[in-house]
Design a protein around this ligand. Structure first.
Ligand code: ATP
Length: 240
């Protein structure tokens, strides 16, 4: 059964040898939406993204645009247009900014188009153009996060999974980063799943939000609804 949502997750169970982490996650994401996944440390947010991108064993429904997502085959998932920006960024420190971006185009062919996409990424992140020949490891944390997101954009994803991009960044830098993500979302209609602990700022940029707690979604709504409901904000997010 398919309800027409772009990303359809139902009764999703997943975890590790050491134990299950997700206990029946249900989640629907519309195309073009910025969807925030909020929740405390250890709730399973990172695990949910790993399940979506085919890194770990899963049970349950995982469908993208009406088709089953391949299981345990991250490359096949990437080819379907899912780009994962893992926690800690995963940029290659000794490689230059531009080399890192090129790595993001590994699923694609065509020099001219790849060159055009590098320019497109520099359009979103002008500072990366200035630093194109610099080793990624020599950049600031915020710039490295830009490289990681830029690299993901090189695959022209339909869905981008961002795992705590704000980690270790100053609030102003995070805000700038979220602005750019929003611009990409608006200009390219890229669907975004944004995992964050920083609920306050995230709810300014997301369209909808879901709160994950001990492996289950305990609350879903528009970002506005969740922001405006002080009780929920206090109970689930420690804000308000
Ligand atoms: P955080 O913000 O701390 O990353 P999270 O909500 O993203 O929290 P997860 O990283 O998904 O949570 O972790 C959920 C649970 O899974 C935790 O108990 C964690 O110890 C466990 N876990 C995470 N990765 C692994 C792994 N590779 N092997 C075994 N257990 C893991």
């Amino acid at each position: 059964r398919d309800d027409g949502t772009f990303l359809n997750v139902a009764r999703l169970h997943a975890g590790y040898r050491a134990g299950r982490v997700l206990h029946g996650v249900d989640l629907g994401v519309a195309e073009g939406e910025i969807c925030a996944i909020l929740g405390p440390n250890g709730a399973g947010k990172t695990t949910l993204l790993r399940a979506l991108c085919g890194m770990i064993r899963t049970e349950g429904v995982l469908r993208l645009a009406g088709a089953d997502l391949p299981r345990r085959r991250p490359e096949a998932v990437a080819r379907l247009g899912v780009a994962h920006v893992p926690e800690g960024r995963g940029t290659f420190a000794p490689l230059t900014v531009e080399e890192n971006l090129r790595l993001g185009a590994y699923t694609r062919r065509g020099r001219t188009r790849i060159a055009a996409d590098i320019d497109r990424v520099y359009g979103y992140f002008p500072v990366l153009k200035e630093r194109r020949a610099q080793a990624a490891g020599s950049l600031s944390g915020g710039e490295q996060q830009m490289v990681a997101i830029g690299r993901a954009l090189m695959s022209r994803p339909r869905l981008i999974l961002l795992d705590e991009p704000s980690l270790g960044l100053a609030p102003l830098v995070t805000r700038e980063l979220f602005h750019i993500v929003k611009t990409v979302n608006e200009e390219e209609r890229t669907t975004v799943i944004l995992v964050e602990q920083n609920a306050h700022l995230t709810l300014e940029f997301a369209h909808r939000a879901h709160v994950l707690e001990t492996g289950r979604i305990v609350l879903s709504g528009s970002a506005q609804e969740i922001r405006d409901d002080e009780q929920t904000a206090r109970a689930y997010l420690g804000i308000g």
